[in-house]
Design a protein. Sequence first.
Length: 309
Amino acid sequence: MAPQMSFIGLGQMGMAISENIFHDGKIQKPLVLYNRTTAKAHEHSERLGGCEVADSIAAAVAPADIVWLCLQDRDAVEEVFAEILLTPIKGKLFVDSSTISPEATNSIAERAFREGGEFVALPVMGAPPLAVKRSLICIASGKPESVDRIRPFLEGVICRHVIDLSGEAPGTAELLKLMGNFLIMATIETVAEVNVFAEKCKIGTANMNKLLSAMFPEPPHALYNRQMLTGEYCSGNAIVGASKALQLASEVMGLANECGASVKIYETAVENLKAAEAHAGPDVDITGIYGAVRLQSGLPFENRLKESQ
Ligand SMILES: NC(=O)c1ccc[n+]([C@@H]2O[C@H](COP(=O)([O-])OP(=O)(O)OC[C@H]3O[C@@H](n4cnc5c(N)ncnc54)[C@H](OP(=O)(O)O)[C@@H]3O)[C@@H](O)[C@H]2O)c1
């Protein structure tokens, strides 16, 4: 029989993921929705139809076989779980698609296990537009039988690819996800530096763009390059804001220090993102790293596309 599902956390990612599950995951209707700001849950419910809005976390958890969460950060997940653990959870499966630290995930999962619940960590790679298009990459870890319970909601429903770490502790998926964030920031740093280099040595960013697009035709290089060269990075429309990225970066730095990994490129990217935040505020996009590299190279933070080509 199809499971009854509740979804907690209807931010940009949660809206898209829950919508795809609603349409193509085989669940019992209604899908129960909960969001701290209830108005968002009502709007989402009205748009989808066939949903029910819960007015408390307890009301969302009670009818569900599977409770899927997608929350902002560690504090949010801790707060929501503190309430979840006040209710009976025996046999219920919790799936967390938030990005938080491996250690926090393991500790929350342990508390759920003690109360007879199941837990799968399912952090995702990909921005909200990719979530809408079911093009996320999901990383799954937890007990194999628990991961099996959510398999029907993954490939083709919410994502294009699953990295299956079933059998590993839940925090392992978060560890790999944070390493994915590492790759993103290090790539942004590389693309930012090569663009500034091209501008300073008069080859120009247009020519560099030709080479870069030919060498790396698929995102992320091409995507970040576009955000830099169109000036999107300083437009005020952040895809990933600096303050959130820096919060996760401090987790990454902590993990690297703990295991003695040398991460010089990443350190540089973090310093540059801090400089971008200091210059343009906490909501500047993560590709604002480009603006910081420009400043260090005697160029203005904002690019002037025409002159620079
Ligand atoms: N955006 C991306 O590009 C991206 C990509 C991959 C992974 N992620 C990860 O996915 C997760 C969600 O990201 P998002 O972009 O959807 O974030 P978002 O749009 O900012 O939404 C955050 C959600 O968390 C809820 N929330 C925050 N603090 C809470 C609290 N103390 N108690 C209860 N609910 C709380 C918010 O409720 P309200 O509506 O009431 O504020 C909202 O539903 C994050 O962990 C993020 O790192 C994001």
